[in-house]
Ligand binder design. Structure first.
Ligand SMILES: C[S@@+](CC[C@H](N)C(=O)[O-])C[C@H]1O[C@@H](n2cnc3c(N)ncnc32)[C@H](O)[C@@H]1O
Length: 274
């Protein structure tokens, strides 16, 4: 179980992008699952736009990451010396992320190499700018269906998908792309939460879990992430009094892609079972 009551406000992390994740999350994932210089992905896109090309910041070698939002993961990659690619469907988010990366960092650590950091406007369901099996870690944080709208019906924005079965189908496409771009034996982490509609619990997390297992991933971890200072409708209800429990946690699923020639039968209980 992970719980970060203070969120984390070092570097340029200010937490004012709705639904952003605490920098402790990508930081812990990066430290646990990658080595310096490796490539992290915060979910790529359809094709590199002129906009994206103009905003690509080239520095030393590679790493990649998806659904970049305000760039929390990118900032952590900069601090930890991991190459990274951040993709978001919304150009405004990519602008915010580039802005958050605009700080100088020169640690005393002699081994530190400033990493190459790339961003572009794109769709996590179609990562055709990212080569097959080129990524060391995917750390992704999609919208939780339509709980928080990130744009006004922008084409491809998953936060405009209200129907949960449809959302799970789209996440299945995201999962397939993750599977394609990830190197064998490497990890893909996704933070996802549930919601409540008509005063009843609506399970999103198990459907997203199944989407990733269906794409062939092996479940390595199911980390419960406690929520603090929630501002979304997951907390509020229009009524005089609450007659239900607030949803105070999310799931951070960590999946692994099987290694080349690895016999996966011993992991069958952690794989697609239906
Ligand atoms: C929960 S936010 C990510 C927040 C981020 N972790 C942070 O710390 O700022 C989800 C992001 O997914 C983006 N998004 C929605 N649909 C997408 C898609 N099809 N491809 C890529 N990004 C998408 C939204 O624009 C939004 O910025």
């Amino acid at each position: 179980m992970w719980s970060f009551p203070d969120r984390g406000d070092w570097a340029t992390h200010i937490g004012n992008y709705r639904g952003n994740w605490s920098p402790y999350i990508p930081r812990n994932l990066i430290l646990r699952y990658t080595a310096p210089g490796e490539l992290v992905l915060d979910q790529p896109a359809e094709r590199e736009s002129t906009y994206a090309r103009r905003h690509t910041c080239v520095r030393p070698p590679e790493a990649r990451l998806g659904m970049v939002g305000s760039g929390t993961t990118l900032v952590e990659c900069k601090l930890l010396g991991r190459r990274v690619v951040g993709v978001d469907i919304n150009p405004d988010a990519v602008m915010v992320a580039r802005n958050r990366l605009d700080f100088s960092y020169a640690p005393l650590d002699a081994d530190y190499v400033a990493p190459e950091i790339k961003t572009y406007v794109g769709d996590a369901r179609s990562l055709d700018l990212i080569e097959n099996e080129s990524v060391d870690l995917i750390a992704t944080h999609p919208p939780y269906a339509s709980i928080i709208p990130y744009s006004h019906n922008r084409e491809g924005d998953l936060s405009s998908v209200h129907n949960i079965a449809e959302f799970a189908q789209e996440m299945r496409r995201v999962a397939s792309e993750c599977m394609r771009v990830l190197k064998p034996g490497k990890h893909c982490a996704i933070l996802i939460g549930d919601t409540r509609r008509s005063k009843h619990f609506v399970p999103i997390t198990p459907r997203v879990l199944m989407s990733f297992l269906e794409a062939g991933f092996i479940l390595r971890e199911d980390i419960i992430k406690l929520q603090w200072k929630m501002k979304s409708t997951r907390e509020k209800w229009f009524g005089k009094k609450y007659d239900f429990y607030l949803i105070g946690h999310e799931h951070l699923y960590v999946f692994r892609k099987a290694d080349m020639d690895e016999k996966v039968t011993r992991f069958r209980e952690s794989m697609k079972w239906w």
